[in-house]
Design a protein around this ligand. Structure first.
Ligand SMILES: Cc1cc2nc3c(=O)[nH]c(=O)nc-3n(C[C@H](O)[C@H](O)[C@H](O)COP(=O)(O)OP(=O)(O)OC[C@H]3O[C@@H](n4cnc5c(N)ncnc54)[C@H](O)[C@@H]3O)c2cc1C
Length: 388
């Protein structure tokens, strides 16, 4: 039996991490939750590595029955390289998880009958006491709709018009390598460490994450690296146009990098990176790319429609808090619906909290990017890049 006033059914638009956090938490409240996800089958392990933050760890423990220690790789130190390969380190304990292990833990918690993949939500329409969710010619009526359709959100404008994210002027090249494919010497350099190289208007970082199926046994893990590199709008276009000439817009999946772009990456690697990091990039068969975006909203609620995850704020990855923010969106909604006696009061309290936290994180991320020399707030000119 539901404990929430006025609502029994919830529709979630988008079944990635943001949608799954909400779906799992709202199911825990006893609500009748349905998720619609545009893509079919299990998505790629798109995010590769994620720093495990407190809300995600709490969510896994409390709502998924998963011990985060079981699916994460611990690091004990931060290690800082200079270009000549020398390094120093400081004590800082953290845990690293993979996008795939997190996604699987959330999906496993949800009744498969509640998750409809290959189903694109084409429109949402408010009505007196709920929302109509349109999937082509089919309409589902729900009491509350949670919009979790990501940074390129099609439905954001129903809650926060004119809030599309902007390109921040740099990209993340990324790579994942099986630990077994690294030499023992190279592996030892990075073991138990979160490693950084801060260069001139560039940053490289790397850490071990769980292997396939979430395994954390030494030798079966994967090395995850990220390299932030500045690129103007035309450069972004070139980097995310694949080997067949198809433009992908804001990200390029593994296996598609154009040979010319890959050669340039390797050339830049040899010129700029410290030795052990250079080896990582050279060992990577299928680097992939993601544009860095700035996105903020001034509203996260329009009556019974809510924005969550990257559909609301898109924060820079230096905060290591995108997944954390999505988990906190869900935990805060759970708590508000449970504790505030009226639906309107609960949703107002939720929006106030999430707007404040989202804006603080957004500004923190822009500040970090600026300090790294990568770029301050995105400008309209920088936004001229592809948006697909
Ligand atoms: C390529 C990539 C790499 C990332 N790497 C990291 C990382 O390393 N560390 C980290 O902390 N965070 C990372 N993030 C961010 C992190 O994954 C997200 O911030 C967090 O998971 C919340 O995302 P989301 O679910 O709100 O949006 P998304 O992950 O973008 O998911 C949106 C989902 O909505 C679906 N969708 C879109 N439109 C519709 C529609 N009309 N109908 C139905 N479904 C729809 C999409 O198919 C997609 O599955 C990454 C994100 C991306 C896109």
């Amino acid at each position: 039996m539901t404990t929430v006033p006025d609502i029994e059914s919830v529709g979630v638009v988008g079944g990635s991490l943001g949608g799954l956090f909400q779906a799992v938490a709202l199911t825990e409240l006893g609500l009748d939750v349905t998720v619609w996800e545009r893509s079919s089958g299990r998505p790629d392990d798109r995010g590769a590595g994620i720093v495990l933050q407190p809300s995600v760890a709490w969510f896994l423990n409390m709502f998924c029955g998963v011990d985060p220690d079981r699916i994460s790789v611990p690091v004990t130190h931060r290690q800082f390289f200079s270009q000549d390969g020398r390094s120093h380190h400081t004590l800082m304990r953290q845990q690293m998880i993979s996008w795939g292990a997190l996604y699987t833990s959330l999906r496993d918690r949800l009744d498969p009958a509640r998750y409809h993949d290959g189903q694109q939500v084409t429109a949402l329409a408010s009505r007196h006491d709920g929302v109509d969710v349109h999937l082509g010619d089919t309409v589902h009526s729900v009491d509350l709709a949670v919009i979790a359709d990501g940074s390129a959100s099609r439905h954001r404008g129903l809650v926060a018009p004119d809030s599309a994210p902007r390109y921040a002027g740099y990209v993340a090249y990324r790579g994942v390598i099986a630990e077994a494919d690294l030499t023992e010497d190279l592996s030892a350099v990075f073991r138990d460490r979160f490693s950084f190289y801060d260069g001139d208007r560039t940053q490289f970082l790397c850490y071990f994450i769980p292997g396939d199926f979430g395994t954390t046994a030494p030798g079966e893990r994967r090395m995850n690296w990220v390299w932030y590199v500045r690129a103007d709008a035309a450069g972004l276009d070139r980097i995310t146009t694949d080997r067949n000439g198809t433009a992908h817009g804001l990200s390029l999946p593994p296996g598609l990098i154009a040979p010319r772009v890959h050669d340039e990456l390797l050339d830049r690697t040899r010129r700029l990176l410290p030795e052990p990091m250079r080896e990582l990039v050279e060992h990577t068969r299928e680097p992939f790319t993601q544009a860095i975006l700035d996105g903020r909203v001034t509203r996260m609620r329009n009556d019974r429609m809510l924005l969550t995850g990257d559909a609301a704020f898109v924060v820079r990855p230096h905060t290591a808090a995108s997944a954390e923010k999505a988990a906190a969106d869900a935990i805060t909604l759970f708590t508000a619906l449970q504790q505030v006696p009226s639906l309107d009061g609960a949703l107002r309290a939720w929006e106030k909290n999430r707007l404040a936290e989202g804006m603080a994180l957004y500004q923190h991320g822009v500040g970090l990017g600026h300090r790294l020399g990568l770029g301050g707030p995105a400008t309209p000119a920088a936004a001229a890049g592809p948006t697909g």
